[in-house]
Write a protein that binds this ligand. Structure first.
Ligand code: FAD
Ligand code: MG
Ligand code: MG
Length: 319
């Protein structure tokens, strides 16, 4: 405990998980970690068994009935994948599995293999039936991957659970997905969420975002990547070509009420890049974003839901 904060940690979903409370309540922390574990068991594609794996294993053969929450999240992921020019594609699974970024055996696959796998990533080839909550991947070899949305959804589930338990001030960090309740006691400015310096040490920050009761989600190319042939091959793929998205960005951070939106928008905005992303956000009053670029700029959308305190002045801040 420091400053009245009680921190609890775990490793779940291959990620460090941190819960901050203002009461010493290990029982509640255990319940939160159990909830996350239970959600991981539904959505994971890193083990042989989960509801999502049962859909993937039946690809090209038959529809699979899933639970209502799994069907609901898949329906959202499907709709976002079908948006015009969407960089988000929840059927990217075969590409993710082949590159293995963040896992043993990662390597740059031969171009002809990537081209062949891309044919298995068409979200139009997913049939959702709301009458029985069934999901059918029409082609054998297709695979759903909810890696770009599930952590956001789960962070919101944790927030709702804590709220239900009467907690008014808390923070959950699922490794890149932060969701908060209220503000810390005696800190009217809200929670300070560090914006990491890309490829820096954990304690090296570009700045701190101040938020109250908001979610802060960061997607970057510097957490899961490997270097080969002088290039950084990271885990956010361009669904058009099956290669890591290659543009001016190092990271995108989204500030929103719901963490599921933050998770979705980080991926969408990654695909848009800075200029198109800023123009898009002008019409989204509930979503703010911070873009960090290869040429050392920190670019904030008009900050409606956060304040930014710069720490590293070697980077240029602009709004
Ligand atoms: P985001 O930028 O939000 O998402 C990137 C991830 O989305 C990629 O890793 C990929 O999975 C997917 N993706 C890539 N490109 C696209 C695209 N264009 N459209 C849509 N999706 C895309 N990691 C482990 O190391 N071991 C585990 O056992 C493990 N289990 C997990 C279980 C669950 C339920 C979840 C949600 C994640 C798990 N992870 C695990 C982490 C996972 O592999 C991803 O790395 C993680 O979800 C990425 O989240 P992010 O917020 O960092 O990145
Ligand atoms: Mg994410
Ligand atoms: Mg995401």
């Amino acid at each position: 405990m420091t400053d009245g904060v009680f921190s609890y940690s775990a490793v779940l979903m291959g990620s460090p998980i941190l819960l901050k409370l203002f009461d010493d309540n290990p029982t509640l922390a255990r319940q939160v970690f159990q909830l996350i574990k239970q959600q991981e068991n539904l959505f994971t594609v890193n083990r042989a068994e989960s509801e999502v794996m049962s859909i993937n294993q039946a690809a090209g053969r038959n529809p699979v009935v899933v639970s209502e929450p799994v069907f609901a999240l898949i329906s959202v992921a499907h709709a976002v994948s079908l948006l015009p020019d969407s960089a988000f594609n929840f059927t990217i699974g075969p590409v993710v599995k082949r590159w293995k970024i963040g896992f043993q055996g990662r390597a740059v696959p031969p171009a002809n293999e990537i081209a062949a796998l891309l044919k298995l990533t068409d979200p139009h080839q997913v049939v959702l039936n709301s009458a029985d909550c069934s999901v059918f991947l029409l082609q054998s070899g297709m695979e759903i991957d909810l890696g770009a949305i599930a952590k956001g959804y789960i962070a919101d589930r944790v927030q709702a659970f804590l709220h239900q338990q009467g907690v008014q001030q808390a923070l959950i960090n699922l490794g890149g997905n932060v969701q908060t309740l209220g503000s810390p006691p005696h800190e009217p400015q809200g929670w300070g969420i560090g914006l990491k310096k890309p490829f820096g040490r954990d304690d090296e920050l570009l700045g701190v975002l101040q938020v109250q009761g908001k979610s802060v989600v960061t997607s970057g190319i510097y957490e899961r990547y490997f270097e080969r042939d002088g290039r950084c091959w990271h885990h956010i793929f361009d669904p058009q070509n099956g290669y890591p998205l290659d543009n001016e960005l190092l990271s995108v951070t989204v500030i929103s009420d719901r963490s599921i939106d933050g998770d979705i928008y980080t991926t969408l905005l990654y695909g848009m890049g800075v200029e198109q992303g800023l123009a898009y956000l002008a019409d989204q009053p509930d979503i703010d974003a911070v873009f960090v670029t290869r040429d050392r700029q920190i670019i904030c959308s008009s900050p409606r839901h956060f304040q930014f305190q710069q720490r590293d002045f070697a980077w240029q801040l602009r709004y």
